[in-house]
Design a protein around this ligand. Structure first.
Ligand SMILES: Nc1ncnc2c1ncn2[C@@H]1O[C@H](COP(=O)(O)OP(=O)(O)OP(=O)(O)O)[C@@H](O)[C@H]1O
Length: 218
């Protein structure tokens, strides 16, 4: 049985007189992976940022796990459950473990829990060997995996990835792609804005296409 995680009767985004998108009956299901495609400028990043509460939107009848919520103001229940990962993740110049621990510490998690989750996430993302590296010197693929580990420790119900493989090739790209199914198996829904054929063709990934301001479910 499929369970709706996030639904909205309507999500409309306008810039002045221009309507970027006007989506009816928007639905994301629990523990499901989606790729969000569309031509440059279709609104993919904007939609992810709307769902993350980073840009305002006109919304009607939004529900999260069945309970009514608003997107503006963006409530704590969504802030705790939804994590957005930028295409070019910003690293603090502290250390790799400190970068991964950051969000959990900001939420006031106990030290032992932070340590346990950071270790688990580093192993999951394959970045344990980077423990002592200067975050500023990491490659694009390494940064992306540290950013995924930083998101994973928060145990999000919904993870929004903006072009997670756009700047990667070869093994780095494969490593990031391999992490996606493990997220949904752990109960996290994932929406990836992307143009990457390999992500689009992953097994059990649903396709959403933004075209002319509408969302096509494929
Ligand atoms: N604050 C704003 N005011 C006006 N127009 C904006 C604003 N923010 C974004 N846009 C426009 O909205 C459109 C959608 O941008 P968005 O970045 O969401 O597209 P995208 O589908 O992610 O594109 P790409 O594939 O190139 O990353 C673009 O034409 C952009 O210029």
């Amino acid at each position: 049985m499929t369970v709706a995680l996030l639904t909205a009767a309507r999500l409309r985004k306008r810039h002045g007189a221009h309507t970027l998108f006007d989506l009816r009956d928007f639905t994301l299901e629990e523990a499901s992976a989606y790729v969000l495609t569309g031509v440059n400028g279709a609104g993919k990043s904007t939609l992810l940022r709307v769902l993350a509460g980073l840009v305002p939107v006109e919304a009607e009848d939004v529900r999260f796990a069945g309970a009514p919520v608003t997107l503006r103001p963006y409530p704590r229940v969504l802030r705790d459950a939804i994590v957005y990962v930028h295409q070019h993740p910003v690293m603090f110049s502290t250390s790799v473990p400190a970068n991964i621990a950051y969000g959990l510490e900001a939420r006031g998690a106990p030290r032992a829990l932070v340590r346990e989750r950071v270790e688990e996430a580093m192993a999951w993302a394959g970045v344990t060997h980077l423990r002592g590296s200067d975050p500023a010197t990491l490659s694009g693929g390494e940064k992306q995996r540290v950013a995924l580990a930083r998101a994973r420790v928060l145990r999000p119900r919904l993870l929004l990835l903006d072009e997670p493989t756009a700047n990667l090739d070869g093994e780095a790209r494969e490593q990031v792609i391999a992490l996606i199914p493990t997220l949904t198996k752990a109960g996290t829904s994932v929406v990836m804005a992307c143009h990457d054929r390999d992500l689009i063709n992953l097994a059990d990934v649903r396709r959403l296409k933004l075209r002319d301001g509408q969302l096509e479910y494929r």
